[in-house]
Design a protein around this ligand. Structure first.
Ligand code: NAP
Length: 298
């Protein structure tokens, strides 16, 4: 079994990322807490493991992408976690978006067990994961990056080694500050136009090629105007990222005023039971305040 690659966490992001590793000819050992989600990959040839420890016993390189730091901790340190069976010199590449300080703690723990650990969160959404075009922000040791870079490029169009452990998630926090503020601005602008009686599609067509253009505007416009709030990227997960930004910013002593506003808007929607909606439902905050809806003009 040695030589296989481990992959833990087959959610919206993890499953297509694992598929892309397989498309490049890599043999995978996979684990997902809800086993049914592994079925498709197993049918395509992946080896099914029943615990993270079983993955660790078989693989020298283990990727994982779960929700947040407590989940990474469970996968690493839980009863049947990776650390129970870590092979000497194995590297764990954590692609979850978590607090950078948690990444630094996990690095120390894995090192103490004779392995190594990197933080390598991603941007690019579900479509980027399917297309193998993610942006991957990597923190960790130089030698580990050299070891995993080609594998990362099976999942992403770019993998930048930003610095030591935690740098990947610092970069991801920076990314989330920009994307959340941008998404809120898209919701604010489209609601403003709709309330003013101007067709939101024409507004988009008019400004999409100018300075207001953004990847976020382009990827979410059709969902918003089509009232398609199926995730994509769940509000529950987006607010988790903003919590990580707020707590890291407090520790580092930097202002995050825009992020604080986005956090409050998402919290209000989550309190209304919309946590499993796509994050573009942030537009609903503005719509509720303005008493209008951004929709296609017939
Ligand atoms: P998701 O569809 O909700 O998948 C979460 C995965 O984590 C599932 O496989 C889940 O297992 C597993 N998991 C959660 N808690 C666990 C625990 N305690 N023990 C074991 N497994 C656990 O989420 P996702 O959208 O793929 O997001 C995964 C990560 O990527 C998050 O950190 C997110 O912020 C980040 N991310 C997401 C996007 C996006 O557009 N979706 C983009 C960039 C980054 P079960 O199947 O058993 O629930």
């Amino acid at each position: 079994m040695a030589g296989k690659i481990g992959f833990i966490g087959l959610g919206i992001m993890g499953k297509p990322m694992a598929k892309n590793l397989m498309k490049h000819g890599h043999e995978l050992c996979v684990y997902n807490r809800t086993q049914a989600k592994a079925k498709e990959l197993v049918e395509e040839g992946a080896v099914l493991c029943e615990t993270p420890a079983q993955v660790a016993a078989r693989c020298d390189i283990i990727f994982l992408i779960v929700s947040d730091a407590p989940d990474v901790k469970a996968v690493l340190e839980g009863e049947n976690g990776i650390l129970n069976a870590l092979r000497p010199g194995a590297v764990v590449v954590d692609m979850s978006s978590i607090n950078p300080n948690a990444s630094r703690e996990f690095y120390q723990t894995v090192k103490a067990h004779g392995g190594s650990y990197m933080d390598a969160p991603v941007s690019g959404g579900e479509q980027g994961a399917i297309d193998g075009k993610l942006t991957i922000m990597v923190g960790g040791d130089d030698a580990d990056f050299d070891r995993v870079k080609d594998l990362l490029l099976c999942m992403g169009r770019v993998a930048v080694h930003v610095g030591g452990i935690g740098s990947g998630n610092v970069t991801k926090c920076a990314n989330q500050i920009i994307t959340a503020s941008n998404l809120a601005a898209v919701g604010e602008a489209l609601t403003f136009a709709a309330k003013a009686g101007v067709d939101p599609r024409k507004v988009y067509d008019a400004i999409k090629g100018g300075m207001a253009q953004s990847a976020m505007f382009d990827s979410k416009f059709e969902k918003i105007i089509g009232r398609d709030f199926k995730p994509g990227f769940k509000l529950d997960l987006n607010i988790k990222d903003l919590k990580n930004v707020l707590s890291a910013a407090q520790a580092f002593g930097t202002p995050v005023t825009l992020t604080t506003d986005c956090y409050e808007m998402m919290m209000m929607l989550i309190q209304q039971g919309l946590g499993q909606d796509d994050n573009c439902s942030i537009v609903k905050y503005y719509e509720q305040c303005a008493g209008t809806e951004v929709k296609e003009v017939q």
